[in-house]
Design a protein around this ligand. Sequence first.
Ligand SMILES: Nc1ncnc2c1ncn2[C@@H]1O[C@H](COP(=O)(O)OP(=O)(O)OP(=O)(O)O)[C@@H](O)[C@H]1O
Ligand SMILES: [Mg+2]
Length: 425
Amino acid sequence: MTTRTDICGLDFGTSNSEIGIVRDGEPVLVDVEEGRKKIPTTIFFDNDSRHDLFGEAAIERFLEGHSGRMMWAIKSVLGTAIQGGATMIRGKRVSFEQIITRILGNLKQKGDAAAGVELRSVVLGRPVHFNDDDPRLDRDAESILRRAAAQAGFEEIEVELEPVAAGIEFETGLEREQLGLVVDIGGGTSDFSVIRLTPPSGHASAGRRDRVLSVAGIHIGGTDFDRLLSVDRFMPELGLGSSYLDHQGQTLEMPQWVFHDLASWLRINFIYENRMIDGIYTIVDRNKLENRRLARLGRVLGGHYGHTLARTIEAAKIELSDRQVVEVPLDLVEPRLALSITRRELESAIAAHLEQIERVLIQAVDDSGVAAPDIAVVFFTGGGSLLPDVRQRVGRLMPQAEQIDTDQFGGIARGLTIEAQRLFG
Ligand SMILES: Nc1ncnc2c1ncn2[C@@H]1O[C@H](COP(=O)(O)OP(=O)(O)OP(=O)(O)O)[C@@H](O)[C@H]1O
Ligand SMILES: [Mg+2]
């Protein structure tokens, strides 16, 4: 094994990020925030202190009501048509690439401190697809990620697919060869890989190409589930689908964009950059006395409560993995307002998306060339894999396979670090 200590594996996730280094020849995850091995992929550009905060610290500062710019799920811009663009921060245009650079820079700094040396070489994870349909946008997304890593100070940069990295991590504990399916449901993407899992001692004889039999992925993940649940169950309470009277007394349907943006982690901020927002404020002002729902919308927009609500919805979704019904307090929106959401409602809101995910899983198995019953184990990783509906669907498709849970949040970074040892050692 390598003796280099200036190498690392970095999992830049839509929701959470992790970094692993090598200590005494072993991959270890770094404490990235107050003793925790994962940090929310967030950044808050604080107007008052002019400091940038990351992770939970950023969220806390933002929720305290400080003025500034909060960015959530920035990885979601990668693969989209706006990925080369910028957003306004403290009156200046800052490119998305620069924002990603700042986030990677923070992770590197934590890694440097833990390693006691400046980390020079990194294996970055990437989803199977940044964009499901457009190869050019997909390639550009990886280039942006690589450039951001270089600007953050890494000199040598390699990239590995996230589900393959998860497989590499799973292999370390194996004593004999097994056919396995990796199921990684993250915040932004769902990725799969069928791997001939081989104990590390067998790696010399079986190259990567012999081991990774197939990969497949789709740009759907936990942040989409939050959005869909919000649009189905919550946005109607703010006026989605309701009508209003315009200044000539005509009844019109509420514009939908503002609700869809409010329900989307990435787009909440963009509402305030949208020229059409003044029109929404006008509608709200004219109608808030008669239409209680629009009064709520006015409160949410005026108070910049979009992220707080998205967090509430996400928390409800997560709780529904453990119980059948949750009560969601919404006092912020209106005193004593609360919403009760059932697991069945969540499942129906996301059913079409889970079906798409299921089709991609089936495709991964088909492409691997092995018969589904020969796959002995399914390894789950990524926070979204904790959804009971995901387990049941996989269980129905592959009843013979053993379902194994590993570290939901750190497995990929550890796999990337093992890959760094192999590549840079
Ligand atoms: N118990 C749970 N049930 C359902 N979803 C959960 C649970 N715990 C976490 N999640 C969801 O998992 C997602 C985050 O998972 P993870 O940290 O693996 O994603 P990521 O690696 O940041 O994203 P990606 O790999 O797609 O870029 C979030 O959408 C979160 O709400
Ligand atoms: Mg992930």
